[in-house]
Structures are given as C-alpha cells and as structure tokens.
Design a protein around this ligand. Structure first.
Ligand code: FE2
Length: 366
C-alpha cells in the first residue's frame, strides 16, 4: 500500500488498485497544534463548518511526508504512515484468527495474576489468547472485597445489568434464575434476551469445596462451522430465523429477537445465542418450523455432546474471562452438603478488551 500523486490529486495504491483520496478527507485530518488538541487528538475545529468544495492547490510527496496546501489557504505536513494506518483494519476482534477447538483442547495457557498486570505484556498476551480461543483463565486472583469489579474495571468498564454490577453464583432459596441453584446447567450463552447482549463474562471462583460443579465450555464457533459443513439446511434456517429470547422478572421484561447463529454482513460467523428455556420461535410456515425444530435439536445435541465440551474445575483465585458471543458455558451438578461453592461474575463489552489491547500496544511498542 502506498501514496501516489497525479497532478493535484492524491491516490492510494493497494495491490494494483488505485483510488483517489478525497481532498476533504485530507483537509479534515489536518493535525497541527492549531487544529488538533495534541493530548486528546480531538479536533479543535468542526469539519461540518468547512466549505464542501475543498481542493488541493499544491502537493509534495517525500518518503515519509505528504505536504498539502488546500484552496482555503491551509497547509499540512502529513505523516504518510498515519495516512496508511487509516486503511488497515486494526480490530483485534476481527483480525486475531479464531482457533476452533473441541473436547481435545488442553488448557495450558494460564496467566498468573500479579501486581500491575493490567499494564504488562502478560495482559496483552492473555487478551490475544482470549480472542483466539474465546476464553482465558487467570490464576491466583485475590478473592477479597468483590475483587472481580476491580479486575473488570482495570481492563475496561463493568457492564451493569439488572442482576447488578456483579452477581454471586451460589445456590439460594427462591432463585430468579437456575444459575442460583445446585442443578446442572447445560451449555448456554448468557442474556440472549438483552439488547445488546453482554459480550464478555468474567467468573471468579471464591470458594469451591464440592467435588461436582465442574465448569463446562463449548466453542459455539466450531459447532456452527461443523453444522454448516455437515447439515447445511439446518445451518441455513438457524442463521435466517429470528427467535424471541425473553426474560421475565418482577421489575422488568427483557426481549430480544435474533438468529441462533448470527452472521455478519459478509455471511461470516458473528454470534451464537443458545438458551433453550428462554427462546420462542415465531409461528412461521409449518414446513419451515419442522426444519427449524430439527435444526435446533441437532445443534443442541452438538452443544451437549462430549465431542465439543471441555470440563474443568475452577479453584479459589481462578478467574475465567469468556466470550459470550462465541462460547457456551455451563456446569455439572453439585451437592450442597459437601461444602460451599461460590463464584462471582460480571460482564464487560468488547470495547473494553479492544481498548485495552490498543492501549497496551501503544505503551509497550508491540
Ligand atoms: Fe450463564
């Protein structure tokens, strides 16, 4: 990718394709002290107040800099690298290649909590691991004073829900969700009824004295890709049928309509939603429903099969961060008479991990 000039026009050349860069696009990127606050990098002028007919009067290109004089009398020396950077997609969420996994996955890369970890390279590596596998486990995270909130806010910002800023997972009387019982929980994604669905769940193990209550994870991305290959008709209907997900509590009714496998605008994997106690398919044609029910049964079988599920025990101090748009999680049954099992959880969104990664990249020169 490079910048080229022709008369008073600037072109971006990329793999043989040449596109003119609009003069206004350059004009609103003028970056001298007079135009940009050098600390926040925010504009000191409002580009909507500029005239539309901005043109280029004079141009000069060297290896590193592009000098432009515009027809409104302004001049700027652009760093070519900064211009080219704008054409790169620097989203970690999209650029870190997902590694599909199944039950054969060995959890090896655990990251020990340490003082100031949030500014260290190990945090950068942990977050990259998160984007590859959809989860990461931190060990020896302090278990006092609802530390999970502190942890989440040190990466980004806690996403508060109607369960509160954070929630306690232990069996309790009259629970408003099956999570707060000792029953097994089949693989599911959290809060599919919320709009938007929280992106990342953090779960911190405070106490675990029981022999059961193993944590389970399934790679929804891998399962949906397998479904696409082996059962294309099922894949198609699950990616095309919007389902109502619903949660009814005393003070709120939450509903969201979406596909069980949601694709992006290019038809690629975006998100899975699966919570078979909360989903309601609309009354579509009987033949379509016939296919939908078979497809949902099949994907449920896959999500619940030994082929895809990993099981492991969280011990006190373990904190797992998992992608709620990609992975399904659950737990095995446990016996409350054996002792305490106590986890704390909260959510953050992708802007937290993306923002942290970009910050660490800048600070650590990665
Ligand atoms: Fe859950």
């Amino acid at each position: 990718m490079k910048i080229e000039l022709n008369e008073n026009k600037v072109f971006l050349e990329n793999k043989g394709l040449k596109k003119e860069i609009h003069p206004f696009w350059l004009r609103e990127r003028i970056d001298g002290d007079k135009y940009i606050d050098q600390i926040t990098q925010q504009r000191l002028f409002d580009p909507t107040e500029l005239k539309n007919n901005i043109k280029i009067d004079k141009l000069n290109l060297s290896d590193d800099f592009l000098e432009v004089t515009f027809n409104d009398g302004t001049y700027n020396k652009f760093n070519v690298k900064n211009i080219l950077k704008e054409f790169l997609n620097d989203s970690y969420n999209q650029n870190v290649a997902k590694v599909k996994w199944d039950s054969s996955l060995k959890i090896s890369n655990n990251f020990n909590f340490e003082e100031n970890i949030f500014e260290k390279k190990s945090m950068y590596e942990a977050l990259i691991h998160f984007y590859k596998y959809g989860f990461v486990i931190f060990k020896k995270v302090p278990t006092e004073n609802n530390f999970i909130v502190n942890f989440a806010n040190s990466i980004g910002s806690v996403r508060r829900t109607n369960f509160g800023e954070f929630f306690n997972v232990k069996s309790k009387p009259n629970p408003n969700d099956l999570a707060y019982t000792s029953l097994p929980l089949a693989p599911h994604t959290d809060n599919p009824y919320r709009n938007p669905v929280p992106c990342i769940q953090l779960l911190h193990c405070i106490e675990n004295e029981v022999t059961g209550g193993l944590s389970t994870l399934v790679d929804g991305y891998n399962v949906s890709e397998s479904l696409k290959k082996d059962y294309p008709e099922y894949y198609k209907i699950l990616t095309e049928t919007k389902v109502r997900f619903q949660f009814i509590d005393r003070s709120v009714i939450l509903e969201n309509w979406s596909e069980m496998i949601e694709l992006d605008q290019n038809g690629n994997f975006k998100q899975v939603r699966f919570s078979p106690r909360l989903d309601f398919v609309p009354l579509i044609d009987k033949e379509k429903l016939e296919l939908f029910y078979s497809a949902r049964k099949k994907i449920s079988e896959l999500y619940n099969s030994n082929k895809y599920r990993i099981e492991f025990k969280l011990i006190p101090g373990d904190l797992i961060m998992m992608d709620n748009h990609r992975l399904l999680h659950g737990r095995t049954r446990y016996d409350t008479n054996e002792g305490n099992r106590f986890l704390q959880g909260c959510y953050i969104d992708y802007d937290s991990t993306e923002g942290k990664l970009k910050h660490l990249k800048r600070e650590l020169n990665i």
